[in-house]
Design a protein. Structure first.
Length: 118
């Protein structure tokens, strides 16, 4: 039964962070990419609730950016993990939001992992 650590974010909301790790991946036709993945327990009930998915990703982004600053990563993947019935069941689904750091040190959403041109 996965349990994370609660972190306060904007407007008094608490986000449960399940963990963070660095991942290296390849995809045909794209170069290798190394990025930080921050996993959180989501309050979204389904993948069609896109407005809430983006809101949650935005709430946890400052925490992910501070971790990325220490690891040197320039791509962040925020994974929202939902347990539709119970954490006691192995059933879960994940939705992902990507951000990348631009040369001027601002972070912007990425539609795909490789939209940064890396």
């Amino acid at each position: 039964m996965p349990r994370g650590t609660l972190h306060p974010v904007a407007d008094g909301t608490m986000i449960e962070v399940l963990g963070a790790n660095r991942t290296t991946t390849w995809e045909p036709g794209h170069p290798k990419a190394t990025f930080l993945t921050l996993s959180m327990a989501t309050t979204v009930d389904g993948v069609l609730d896109s407005a809430r998915i983006w809101r949650e990703a935005g709430l946890v982004l400052p925490l992910a950016r501070s971790i990325a600053a220490t690891t040197g990563d320039t791509i962040i993947r925020i994974e929202r993990v939902a347990f539709p019935y119970s954490r006691m069941l192995p059933l879960r689904f994940s939705t992902y939001t990507y951000y990348h750091e631009q040369p001027d040190s601002t972070w912007v959403p990425s539609s795909t992992l490789w939209s940064t041109g890396q």
